[in-house]
Design a protein around this ligand. Structure first.
Ligand SMILES: Nc1ncnc2c1ncn2[C@@H]1O[C@H](COP(=O)(O)OP(=O)(O)OP(=O)(O)O)[C@@H](O)[C@H]1O
Length: 365
């Protein structure tokens, strides 16, 4: 469904008098098969949205090639746009119309007949858990309902491939969980291929058949969540020791489970290490500690998380990476040089109907 090779996007920005080049995407190779739900994970500013904007033909790649649904993003953008749905990060900046009318107008922009769009739209309202909201103004909907309406708009022309850019940002936990169910349903019930960006680790973990991790414009990993976690060297065992005088004795015992030297960390009253298959060895450890009369306040065994994967791959946690990206100016989109390579391929709203404005982003502008 998606095949990208060596995708690059550079932006030129100005800070005061200084002209700077930002290499937002730096040689991305990416393949997504039909029917996959792929989570595109990375810290703020890693290049997720920029990659999506190239794949959805909203930005022309500075270098590299990509085909989406069988068509070239640079030379066959109309064909690509007809076949995809794109729910942008910004979501719907809806007009003052009623939700159902927004959906019908949006579908008709694809050249679809009104009656067909109404039928499909109403079915999608049911599937997306928006019953009775057809005549409601989007401004009077909750955040979760608006996000689901965004997805209805992205699906109205029955694309086989949908791009969701941070679909649950700003939603409360219940609305997020609810939207996850709907995203799973896109694949299970409608056979839709989904590429979704997120910086929520739990979201990528829960939703994705496969996870692609991007950092500083480069892909650093692509595999199932389980395989990625298996690359991290073991489970984290954390012992909280009752008597600080016994910390080094506890550390010695824990060290016997760690392959190689230097793997045990002592922080306050805690002794921690990564232990391969801790589930199997922790019982013996407890017996050892007991025999040596080392009393514990608590013991925790934590399976690796995707954050551990990111840390192993990049040497930074996702949170550190996000904080660093915010310090260097975050999105930095304030002074973009309009002549920069990759200026938009044209606002979809200005595109004739035959060119099928296929993004909810464009249609909401
Ligand atoms: N129009 C632009 N002009 C200049 N720099 C840009 C522009 N768009 C993005 N960038 C920069 O490119 C880099 C990647 O941005 P991008 O929005 O793709 O990241 P992201 O992974 O989607 O982040 P987030 O999770 O915050 O949405 C960042 O450094 C950003 O500041």
């Amino acid at each position: 469904m998606i095949h990208a090779r060596g995708l690059v996007q550079t932006f030129h920005t100005k800070r005061g008098r200084q002209r700077e080049e930002v290499r937002a995407v730096d040689g991305v190779d990416l393949d997504v098969s039909e029917g996959e739900v792929v989570g595109f994970l990375g810290p703020n500013g890693a290049g997720k949205t920029t990659t999506l904007r190239m794949l959805t033909t909203l930005l022309r790649p500075t270098a590299g090639t990509a085909t989406v649904a069988g068509y070239d993003v640079a030379t066959q953008s109309v064909e690509v746009r007809r076949r995809i749905g794109y729910v942008s990060q910004a979501g719907g900046a809806f007009s003052g119309a009623r939700a159902g009318d927004e959906v019908v107008d949006h579908g008709m922009l694809y050249g679809l007949p009104q009656r067909l769009v109404e039928e499909r739209g109403k079915a999608l309202f049911e599937q997306m858990d928006l019953p009775g909201l057809w005549a409601r103004m989007p401004k009077n909907m909750s955040g979760g309902q608006k996000r689901r309406l965004d997805i209805v708009m992205g699906l109205i022309h029955e694309p086989k491939l949908v791009f969701l850019d941070e679909p649950t940002t700003g939603l409360d936990p219940q609305a997020r969980a609810n939207l996850w169910e709907h995203i799973r349903g896109l694949r299970d019930r409608l056979g839709v291929t989904v590429l979704l960006t997120t910086h929520y680790l739990d979201e990528a973990d829960a939703l994705s058949d496969r996870i692609i991790i991007i950092d500083q414009g480069r892909i650093v990993a692509s595999d199932t969540a389980d395989n990625l976690k298996a690359q991290v060297a073991g489970d984290l065992v954390d012992l909280e020791v009752h008597d600080p005088a016994q910390l080094s004795a506890a550390a010695e015992r824990l060290a016997t489970l760690v392959p190689g030297p230097g793997g045990v960390e002592v922080v306050d009253r805690h002794v921690r290490a990564r232990v391969p298959r801790a589930g199997r060895s922790v019982q013996g450890l407890l017996r050892d500690l007991d025999a040596a009369s080392i009393e514990l306040e608590s013991i925790e065994v934590l399976r690796p998380t995707l954050d551990d994967v990111f840390l192993t791959l990049t040497g930074r946690s996702l949170r550190e990476a996000e904080a660093a990206s915010e310090q260097v100016g975050g999105t930095g989109q304030d002074e973009t040089d309009p002549t920069a390579a990759g200026a938009s391929t044209g606002a979809p709203t200005a595109t004739p109907v035959t060119s099928s404005p296929t993004t909810t982003e464009g249609a909401h502008r």
